[in-house]
Structure formats: C-alpha cells, structure tokens
Design a protein around this ligand. Structure first.
Ligand code: CTP
Ligand code: MG
Length: 187
C-alpha cells in the first residue's frame, strides 16, 4: 500500500530546487540576452530581453545549491521513503543539475512559445509561465536521473502534485517579487 500523504509531501519537498531556480533568475539576470537580440523568421524576437545567460546559469546554480541544503537536511533526518536525489554524490549532483537546468530551460521554452503567439516580454502567459519549467524539469530528470524520477514521480501522484501546486505557488512568488520591487508586474 502506497503512503500517499508521504508521497505527496516528498514530491513537493524534493522539487523545491526547481521552484527556487526559476524565480532566482531575477536576482542574477539581466546580462547577455540568450537570443543575442536576434529575431525569429516571424519578425519577432526569438526570446526577448527577459531571458539572459546570467539569469539562466545563476538561477540554475542557485537551484543546485538549494538542493544540496535539502539533501543535507532530509538525508540526515531520514524521513523520506527513497534516497534523497540519489545514492552517490555523483548521482545527487546529476539529479540536481538536471532538475535546476530543466527548470530554466523550460522557462526559456515558455518564452519562446509566448513570443510566437504574440505575447510580449513580461506579458501574462498564464500556464505558459507556470508549467513548462516543471515539465522540462521532469523531462531532464527522466533522461538523466531516472531512478530518482521513478521513485518519487514515476507514480503519477508525484507529477500531479507538482502541476497542481505550481500555479498558486507561482502566483504567490510573483506577488512577493512585485512587493519587493524585484518585478514590475505581479505575475
Ligand atoms: N531573467 C533572466 N534570465 C532568464 C530568466 C529570467 O535574466 N533566463 C530575469 C529577467 O530580468 C526577467 C525576470 O528575470 O525579466 C523575470 O523572469 P520572467 O518572468 O521569466 O521573464 P519576463 O520578463 O516575464 O519575460 P517572458 O515574457 O519572456 O517570460
Ligand atoms: Mg514573466
């Protein structure tokens, strides 16, 4: 019998690096546009000025760092049902890099789609601002850290937990960012 409450809580806790990586790009971002200011054949910017290399790498590395803290806490507490991210330091790092870079790569994908459907940089993308980062994190985990992915997210409950929690969480983080004057708009 699966312990659903434990599975839901663990799926959420272990996904925190992906949740932290994405908004952390605001802190390090703003330098070196990822699309080198180039336009797509449709005449619009490929990504726009909201996606920069400094945000991409800074956010991802902050995600990895937060994951190491979570690992330290939950590995020592020994309360989770499977190994925390992995069972070797190499495996743990691969999982954290996959999850965090997946988060920022999904963010880029979301912006690419937004530009193609005429939503300007900073314009409200609704689910396009919320789900791509989680979905690409899952994809990278599936590709590079499959054992960890299967343990905690292979059961559809883990994935559903993240997809359901993401919109309200995203909204809350952006309202906080707006109040801290880190973001110009509360979405
Ligand atoms: N940011 C960055 N590089 C990234 C991601 C984010 O520099 N790879 C910074 C930018 O300053 C960006 C801010 O974080 O404006 C907020 O990120 P986000 O909401 O994802 O970007 P938007 O400006 O809303 O642009 P878009 O419409 O393309 O999502
Ligand atoms: Mg935005």
């Amino acid at each position: 019998m699966l312990d659903y409450p434990l599975l839901i809580v663990s799926a959420f806790i272990l996904f925190i690096p992906a949740f932290i990586a994405n908004p952390s790009a605001v802190v390090t971002g703003g330098h070196y546009p990822m699309d080198f200011r180039k336009n797509f054949p449709d005449g619009k910017r490929i990504l726009g000025d909201g996606k920069t290399w400094s945000g991409y790498f800074g956010g991802s590395l902050i995600g990895v760092a937060s994951g190491l803290v979570l690992f330290a806490i939950f590995h020592l507490a020994d309360v989770l049902p499977y190994p925390v991210y992995g069972s070797s330091i190499g495996g743990i790092l691969v999982a954290l890099f996959a999850m965090s870079f997946g988060s920022l790569t999904g963010d880029v994908l979301g912006s690419f789609i937004k530009r193609r459907i005429n939503i300007p940089r900073g314009g409200k993308g609704s689910l396009l601002d919320m789900w791509p980062f989680a979905l690409v994190s899952f994809l990278f985990l599936f590709l590079f850290a499959r054992q960890f992915f299967m343990n905690y997210y292979g059961n559809v409950i883990g994935i559903l937990t993240i997809l359901i929690i993401t919109p309200p969480l995203h909204r809350a983080v952006n309202i906080i960012g707006y109040m801290m004057k880190r973001k110009d708009v509360p979405w």
